[in-house]
Design a protein around this ligand. Structure first.
Ligand code: SAM
Ligand code: SF4
Length: 487
């Protein structure tokens, strides 16, 4: 087991800011054209690419993993940090050289950058033929056909109702066991650092019955885990008459029924006890005890909450317009521990070096981490985004070196907390869901426990989608190692 210890994952600050992307896979069902999608950013974006692939599939496209074979290339982009946008711009230049030898190739920019930069992309990056925002994907086939005829196509209209509820996503990069289900779109919060409300529009909740149907179909197709996705899932609110949150709040007394997130969670949990249910992201101001008690009531709702704090200091939180303070956040963590116990996994997002943050205020983030003892965190340094409230109101005054040093301190703290939390699992018996063989060796299987931790076990006669009882025998900061129980 000792050899496992060496794979402790310590993330360098540069890596923590780096941009992951996913691409489409090869699919040949005999369609006449090939589509290549490269997706950047958050899980919502990866999930949107599955909707895009579904729309394009209906319109004569198979997917490809090789952009040189493609008739159409889409970059589904992210604007959350400057680095993400730079990566996409570099990639567009690479595609430019392909287009020089293949002028009939159509290149499209989708997602948040499309929304933020609109015509600027068409005018400046001359190789872009199509620019489509996150609410206009139904228009893609017609925009692509008009691009094929030489007309540039742009639709960045932000809808107040669109949820793509009726579209069955084509599962991309799927392990066949876990799938993501989008339950809402947009965000009505105005965190001062964040570009999302401007690029993804107002908050809308998807019809719960279409969500349950999608979960049921996934289960019938062999999937054993769904993650319900939204920028702020605890704010989910739907009625048959109105799915737009702001409008629904105004006419709540006159609608026939309201489904909130706790109700939705229960409806999905009841699809089948063998279907695990996860969700992300929870906003600390919105997560209710009703949600925590629903999690407790159902064994198949995983005991894991992604609860981004961003900063441990109340003044900084106010500048960030997060609408809660340190005490409120710690009270929510207390409620999680009281209702769901010590074993419930908690993770966070953290931003180092927000405008005017002092050394003492940065220390408050580190002490809050010590109190909560996060299992895992996504950690960033502040990147000013044009058009956001912070860009308009505050000076981005923390030098890059200081931001990087504070981020490195946060990452160090998280690495030791992850190890401390993982060590508590040693000796425990846990149920894991097998996702496949481990990346490192065919002789090991990779599964996940309820708290969302990866557990590696020796490869025995199990297959993807099996539930296996294991005893945890060792750990690193990133991984648990187990053996099949009884053993
Ligand atoms: N809706 C989620 C929430 O409220 O926690 C988060 C959505 S955002 C896509 C993911 C994370 O990116 C945020 O939690 C934040 O930590 C980080 N982020 C957003 N804007 C940022 C910025 N301007 N600079 C650095 N990190 C940022
Ligand atoms: Fe951005 Fe805040 Fe909305 Fe999350 S809740 S998407 S951080 S505005």
């Amino acid at each position: 087991m000792e050899n496992f210890i060496k794979d402790i994952d310590i993330i360098a600050p540069e890596e923590a800011q780096a941009c992951d992307f996913k691409t489409t896979e090869e699919e040949n069902t005999g369609k006449s054209k090939k589509l290549y999608i490269e997706s950047y950013g958050c899980q919502m974006n990866f999930s949107d690419s599955e909707i895009v692939a579904s729309i394009m599939k209906e319109n004569g496209f198979d997917t490809t993993s090789d952009f040189e074979q493609a008739d159409v290339i889409f970059l589904n982009t992210c604007s959350i940090r400057e680095k993400a946008e730079q990566t996409v711009r570099k990639r567009l230049n690479q595609f430019n050289s392909v287009k020089k030898n293949k002028p009939e190739l159509t290149i499209g920019v989708l997602g948040c950058m499309a929304e933020r930069l609109k015509e600027k992309l068409l005018e400046e990056e001359k190789i872009v033929d199509v620019v489509v925002g996150p609410d206009a994907y139904r228009d893609l086939p017609s925009l692509v056909s008009s691009a094929e005829e030489g007309n540039k196509g742009v639709n960045t209209f932000l809808s107040r109702e669109e949820t793509y509820a009726d579209i069955s996503p084509v599962r991309l990069n799927s392990n066949g066991v876990s799938a993501f289900i989008s339950i809402m779109r947009g965000c009505d919060n105005m965190c001062s650092f964040c570009v999302v409300p401007f690029t993804r529009g107002r908050e809308r909740s998807r019809d719960p019955y279409s969500i349950v149907n999608e979960a049921r179909q996934l289960f019938q197709n062999g999937f054993r885990e769904v993650t319900l996705l939204g920028q702020n899932v605890d704010s989910y609110k739907w009625s048959p008459e109105e799915n737009n949150k702001a409008r629904l709040n105004k006419k709540e007394e006159v609608v026939s029924k309201v489904v909130n997130f706790a109700h939705l969670l229960e409806m999905v949990a009841q699809v089948n006890p063998l279907l695990r249910v996860r969700f992300s992201t929870s906003h600390p101001k919105d997560i209710t005890d009703e949600v925590l008690y629903t999690m407790k009531k159902y064994d198949n709702i995983c005991k894991y909450i992604h609860l981004p704090v961003q900063s441990g200091n109340s003044r900084v939180l106010e500048l960030m317009n997060r609408t809660y303070d340190r005490e409120w956040y710690l009270d929510r963590v207390r409620a999680i521990r009281e209702i769901l116990g010590e074993e419930c996994g908690i993770s966070s997002d953290m931003i180092a070096g927000f405008c005017t943050e002092t050394e003492e205020e940065h220390q408050d983030t580190l002490t809050l981490m010590d109190i909560v003892k996060y299992d895992f965190s996504y950690m960033f340094y502040y990147s000013e985004r044009p058009g956001t409230l912070a860009a308009k109101k505050y000076i981005d005054d923390i030098p890059l070196e200081t931001k990087k040093r504070r981020l490195a301190e946060i990452i160090d703290k998280q690495t030791s907390l992850s190890l401390e939390r993982n060590k508590l699992d040693i000796g425990k018996i846990q149920e894991i869901l097998i996702e496949g063989t481990s990346k490192r060796s065919e002789n090991q299987l990779k599964g996940r426990n309820s708290a969302n931790k990866v557990v590696i076990i020796p490869n025995q006669d199990y297959k993807k989608g099996d539930y296996v009882k294991v005893r945890i025998v060792d750990c690193s900061a990133a991984t648990l190692f187990g053996e099949v129980f009884p053993n």
